[in-house]
Design a protein around this ligand. Structure first.
Ligand code: DAT
Ligand code: MG
Length: 141
């Protein structure tokens, strides 16, 4: 089942120069790039992107962090890429994400906040469609 997913290298990843490393891991796994663009998010875009988290205690710090610099937005394509990229990324908290994953290998462990976990990846077919339409309207299906 060929799918597309929306990946973001978050502002911490871009600032630390890890955008290329994330792209390298995506390509090394065999996924293809359908879109790549450096973008500055807006509050309105993030409110839609993180709609399931609006109102949670970590929502405002998350949005402020996501506005703190540009993100590299990526559409990757491949067989079961939605769960495949989630697996490459590792679990949400970089402190405990497994070694070998992006968050596990690259998450810094000093004074790190959970939202500074380098990458975002869509978590379902529905989220992927919704998020691709938000970040890459011209690629929406
Ligand atoms: P994921 O990015 O692994 O899909 P999520 O969708 O549950 O995780 O949350 C979105 C982002 O919000 C996540 O990447 C980091 C931040 N976040 C989640 N839970 C948090 C918490 N308990 N405290 C602080 N930030 C949190
Ligand atoms: Mg999520």
């Amino acid at each position: 089942m060929t799918q597309r997913t929306l990946i973001l290298v978050k502002p911490d990843g871009v600032k630390r120069g890890l955008a290329g490393e994330v792209l390298r891991r995506i390509e090394a796994k065999g996924y293809t790039l359908a879109g790549v663009e450096l973008k500055q998010a807006t509050e309105a875009l993030l409110e839609k992107h993180y709609e399931e988290h609006v109102g949670k205690p970590f929502y405002q710090p998350l949005v402020e962090f996501m506005l703190s610099g540009p993100v590299l937005a990526i559409v990757a394509e491949g067989e079961r890429v939605i769960e495949g990229f989630r697996s490459l990324a590792g679990t949400t908290d970089p402190t405990t994400a497994a070694p070998g994953t992006i968050r596990g290998d690259l998450g810094r462990d000093f004074g790190l906040k959970v939202q500074q976990n380098i990458v975002h990846g869509s978590d379902s077919v529905e989220s992927a469609e919704r998020e691709i339409a938000l970040w890459f309207p011209h690629l929406a299906s």
